[in-house]
Write a protein that binds this ligand. Structure first.
Ligand code: MN
Length: 245
């Protein structure tokens, strides 16, 4: 044993049957093999509230619940599924963590998050994020009629597709050095940072207070491919998954 998996950005929905299958297969393979599974946000493409569950959300909950009998499952919300709440977490056997979570694992100190909070050059998004993460506003949103929430999500999705077309993989949507330094200064004993969100899997190194801190970016799941960061007493490794079907 002595393996812990960090994954993120699966963006599962009823439109991603290959990815859903790939995730369920991974869970089956990880069964009995992991100390813990951490899902660092954007497990789902969209989340309108725990009272509106897609078929995929229901299937994912039962797959996770079953896996959680063998190892704890932790969840940090992403920018797509920040409305995911305690009710669904319980249904899926997941424990909700705060947005930026310090963690000790195999004698090393980790700092884990979704990663969108580190993309501070995207000022418009950070403003939107600050507003949307207000608990009172989320409570209001979750009280809106289901059909209204579905329509609004559709509008936001179309708008964000248009913005993505214009911006593409621009540097504005990547992590900034300043944001990493700020996060590290809040958690100065961090050895390694792990996050997702940017869809640019890589290992970066940051100088902080005379030491080098590694930052692992988790692969996103797309088409027939997925990925994760595996942590063991030997260290960290980025691993890829492929749907064989
Ligand atoms: Mn994201």
């Amino acid at each position: 044993m002595s393996r812990t998996v960090f994954t993120a950005d699966l963006h599962l929905s009823d439109d991603t049957p290959a990815l859903n299958r790939l995730f369920f297969e991974a869970l089956a393979q990880w069964r009995g093999q992991l100390d813990a599974l951490y899902i660092l946000g954007d497990l789902f493409e969209v989340w309108l509230g725990d009272d509106i569950l897609s078929e995929t959300a229901v299937q994912t909950a039962s797959a996770l619940k079953s896996f959680a009998e063998t190892a704890p499952v932790y969840f940090i919300c992403g920018n797509r599924d920040f409305l995911l709440g305690r009710r669904y977490a319980q249904q899926a056997g997941m424990t909700l963590l705060s947005e930026v979570q310090p963690l000790e694992l195999y004698g090393k100190k980790y700092l884990i998050s979704h990663g969108d909070e580190l993309c501070t050059d995207d000022i418009a998004y950070q403003r939107f994020r600050r507003v949307m993460r207000q608990k009172w506003l989320q409570r209001v949103l979750l009280c809106l009629p289901q059909q209204f929430r579905k329509n609004t999500a559709e509008k936001i999705r179309n708008k964000s597709k248009a913005v993505q077309r214009e911006m593409g993989q621009s540097s504005i949507s990547d992590v900034t050095e300043a944001a990493v330094q700020t996060a590290l200064s809040r958690h100065p004993d961090t050895d390694t940072v792990i996050h997702g969100h940017t869809h640019r899997p890589a290992v970066h190194h940051h100088d902080f207070q005379g030491k080098t801190v590694a930052r692992y970016v988790i692969p996103d799941w797309y088409g027939k491919h997925g990925g994760y960061v595996e942590v063991s007493p030997q260290g960290e490794e980025i691993k890829m998954l492929e749907d064989a079907v």
